[in-house]
Design a protein around this ligand. Structure first.
Ligand code: ATP
Length: 313
């Protein structure tokens, strides 16, 4: 991989107020999106159907013209041709030429990228092996199952040895073995310094593969960051008492009166992690409260993502 366009200290993808309104539709498909994808990360773009993920990817690749805002991909403005040469892209709806064989298709595609004959041959052979299509390399694509086509699409996206790999729903048609293959491939590529944008509905898979996430809802960015950052925002602290007295609850409430998530049970009070816990504890100690334990409650990663995807969850 030749990192000619972007320094590792720069973000691989950066957008400021990026928006898209289709046609005369007043509702933006993407609404003032500030995205920051650090170089070398596998970045999961998550959101329900219609959240604006594919539109975002389209704008980053220069396929969809933004209505407003700006962005840089690999250090270049959106749609820049030299940046596009360094991007491998697997679209959500892949249309492959049916009458070409897998090898012919990769050769054709490599020619479009300006890759030499020798490199094209070596790379496509290696990639077809990696995606598990070596045995059918010389079969026409029209005989391929959906999953086999998706595997070929992944090989095609990797053919230019890209600095940025954009995968829009790469595993929707894949069997468990295929999913494992994509996961292993991405983790291997990350070791080599690739940056990937990964768009998927399968939360378990995103959690396994990605080290950073952005959550989109109705075209708006809900949050972005590492899993730890996302989870921390939902953390709570449980205070357990040996026996409960109404004054203990009153003290806790003093520190979180507007807190809708202050929960109590027979012997415990749960507070949002942002509450000044040392202050609550010292107030309780000053009242000789029968404190037993202060326990941080960590959300399960799947729950954190579900909470952000669906605020009513
Ligand atoms: P999915 O998970 O279903 O693929 P998505 O998050 O990729 O969804 P987009 O395809 O970006 O979402 O769509 C975002 C919104 O923009 C949707 O409301 C959709 O109807 C609208 N939209 C997308 N493409 C067009 C288009 N070409 N013309 C008009 N509206 C569009």
């Amino acid at each position: 991989m030749n990192h000619t366009l972007v320094k590792p200290s720069e973000p691989a993808v950066e957008t400021v107020g990026l928006s898209k309104v289709y046609g005369r539709n007043a509702v933006p498909a993407v609404n003032h999106l500030d995205l920051d994808v650090p170089f070398g990360s596998i970045f999961g773009l998550i959101g329900p159907n219609g959240a604006g993920k594919t539109t975002t990817i389209g704008m980053l690749l220069g396929l969809v013209r933004p209505s407003s805002g700006s962005g840089k991909v690999l250090g270049r403005p959106l749609g820049d041709r030299s940046a596009r040469r360094q991007i491998g892209y697997l679209p959500e709806r892949l249309r492959l030429p049916e009458y070409l064989t897998a090898t012919e298709f990769l050769d054709f595609y490599g020619r479009l990228y300006g890759i030499s004959v020798k490199d094209r041959q070596a790379r496509s052979q290696r990639l077809l092996g990696q995606v598990g299509l070596a045995k059918v390399a010389h079969r026409q694509i029209r005989t391929f199952s959906l999953g086999m086509q998706q595997r070929l699409g992944i090989a095609q996206a990797l053919l230019p040895e890209p600095d940025l790999l954009v995968l829009d729903e790469p595993t929707s048609a894949l069997d468990p073995g295929g999913r494992q293959m994509v996961r292993d491939l991405l983790l291997e590529l990350r070791e080599c310094g690739i940056t990937a944008l990964y768009n998927s509905h399968i939360l378990s898979e995103v959690l396994e593969v990605c080290d950073r996430f952005a959550i989109l809802r109705n075209g708006t960015l809900v949050t972005q960051g590492t899993l730890d950052e996302i989870i921390q925002r939902g953390e709570q602290v449980l205070i357990r008492f040996r026996l409960m007295e109404p004054t203990y609850i009153a003290i806790c409430e003093r520190f979180g009166p507007t807190n809708p998530n202050l929960q109590r049970s027979e012997l415990t009070v749960t507070l949002e992690a942002e509450t000044d816990i040392p202050l609550v504890v010292s107030a309780l100690v000053a009242h000789n409260a029968a404190l037993q334990a202060v326990i941080p409650l960590r959300e399960r990663p799947e729950d954190a993502l579900m909470r952000l995807l669906n605020p009513h969850h």
